[in-house]
Design a protein around this ligand. Structure first.
Ligand SMILES: *Cc1c(COP(=O)(O)O)cnc(C)c1O
Length: 464
């Protein structure tokens, strides 16, 4: 069954049985889900046959694009040979060893060990347990507290959502759990006011040192942050931010955790966000682009000095998942990393398509709705504002973003809205021609959104 009939059937069954993540179900049931049936390259096709340019790479993950036969073959071959075996009880298998070795090669210097999980959330749960375990092994069991940031996103399990700084997640279920605290984010455009960006970046970084002093260094295990916040709204910190954070972590005995779930595997035009900013993390959660989303897999890269303590000083680290190092997911991740490496995809983003996308994207700043347009690598954001001169935000917040997103999808472009910020994170294989199409569609979406917003204001004016 295809076309309208097929769509109606899928929507009805979807509403009847499937509980979607991060979804207002009442709202969804009124509209019906968008049913995506297939994909190729940077395009999706829905069940009505509409072709849609996917400027979000699925959910920040399909870095090599859709339809790569090598990844399908890697999975098929591995399922035939060894579909599953555990990595508990002193066993391993070739794909998990191969992946671990390859990860040591492509990640920043000094990160030569990996603990594997099935998602980014589990990777961050692992961070919480491993950071605390590390300090306990060193005879400092009080070093437990982890410092994170407001509006951070680190996943949706209980610990990962606690690490995150999303109020809407914290109010559901009494989060954060004890031992996790938050400082401000380096979001200059919305929160920097009259302070110059570099000064603001330094100030919010120094909050880390204040928080360490307040808690007592002997109680703090780690600081965690995304090199560039993704789900928070593609928030690019001022250049002063990361050097200051790194210096503070070095001055004090706390682990630095760079959550690379989005920034990793080429997103910034370097292999990792840590390479982009010159960060030397002690722990580095990864997922998403690790397999380009073809199969679920995540992990935590562990610095040599941390691994040494866990290997030599600890007994058994009582943590792991049935599918830690799943052979099929590992085989696909290996094939994916080889594609990224051997086809020069990341260098192309750094030298060619990245700068091209960034330039076109930043030019959208001239649009009357756009307060700030920012881009790094293949990440971009547009902060929509009611008044460009004063950076005045829309009231109520969030509706303009959703309006723009819905218009954009209707025009054939997947952009995502975070409040009133439009964000993109396209597959890294997007060509210049496809980037032109993206910019054209985004411009149309902004124009239509502006017309709708103005129409609403006019009619409101007429009534009052
Ligand atoms: C998506 C994301 C996570 C969570 O990963 P899941 O695979 O969805 O559990 C963690 N950290 C960051 C930075 C993310 O963007």
């Amino acid at each position: 069954m295809s076309g309208a009939q097929g769509t109606a059937k899928w929507r009805a069954l979807d509403s009847a049985h499937f509980l979607h993540p991060f979804t207002n179900h009442k709202d969804l049931h009124e509209k019906g889900a968008r049913i995506i049936e297939r994909a190729e390259g940077v395009y999706l096709w829905d069940s009505d046959g509409n072709k849609i340019l996917d400027a979000m790479a699925g959910l920040w993950c399909v870095n090599v694009g859709y339809g790569r036969e090598e990844l399908a073959e890697a999975a098929y071959r591995q399922i035939q040979k060894l579909p599953y075996y555990n990595t508990f009880f002193q066993s391993a298998h070739p794909p998990v060893v191969e992946l671990s070795t390859l990860l040591a090669q492509v990640t920043p210097t000094g990160l030569n060990h990996v603990f594997l999980t099935n998602s980014g959330s589990e990777a961050n749960d692992t961070v919480v347990r491993m950071a605390r375990y590390y300090w306990a092994c060193l005879g400092q069991p009080d070093k437990q507290t982890i410092i994170s940031r407001h509006n951070a996103y680190h996943g949706s399990t209980v610990a990962a959502a606690s690490l995150g700084g999303m109020p809407a997640m914290h109010v559901q279920g009494g989060l954060p759990i004890p031992g996790i605290v938050h400082i401000n984010q380096p979001y200059w455009y919305r929160e920097g006011g009259d302070t110059a960006p570099e000064e603001f970046g330094k100030q919010v970084a120094q909050e880390l040192e204040q928080k360490i002093a307040e808690l007592g260094e002997h109680n703090v295990a780690a600081f965690i942050a995304e090199p560039i916040q993704g789900a928070g709204g593609v928030i690019v910190p001022p250049d002063s931010y990361w050097p200051e954070i790194c210096a503070i972590c070095r001055r004090h005995q706390i682990l630095l955790v760079a959550d690379e779930v989005i920034c990793g595997f080429g997103r910034t035009g370097k292999w990792f966000g840590s390479d982009y900013y010159g960060i030397q993390p002690d722990l580095m959660p990864i997922a998403k682009g690790l397999s380009s989303g073809y199969l679920p897999i995540g992990g935590v890269m562990v610095a040599d000095h941390v691994a040494r303590v866990i290997i030599e000083e600890g007994g058994e680290f009582a943590h792991g998942m049935t599918y830690s190092g799943h052979p099929v997911a590992c085989a696909v991740a290996v094939a994916n990393i080889r594609i990224l490496r051997d086809e020069g995809i990341i260098d192309n983003v750094r030298d060619n398509t990245g700068p091209y996308l960034q330039k076109s994207w930043r030019e959208l700043a001239v649009h009357p709705l756009v307060g700030e347009a920012r881009a790094v690598g293949f990440l971009g954001a547009l902060d929509l504002v009611a008044d460009k001169a004063t950076r005045k935000q829309f009231d109520p917040a969030g509706q303009t973003g959703i309006l723009c997103r819905d218009i954009s999808i209707r025009l054939g472009l997947i952009m995502r809205a975070v409040g009133d910020t439009m964000i993109i994170s396209p597959p890294l294989v997007m060509s210049r021609e496809e980037i032109d199409e993206l910019i054209m569609l985004a411009t149309s979406a902004l124009d239509e959104t502006l017309a709708a917003v103005q129409g609403k204001n006019d009619s409101r004016g007429a009534v009052s």
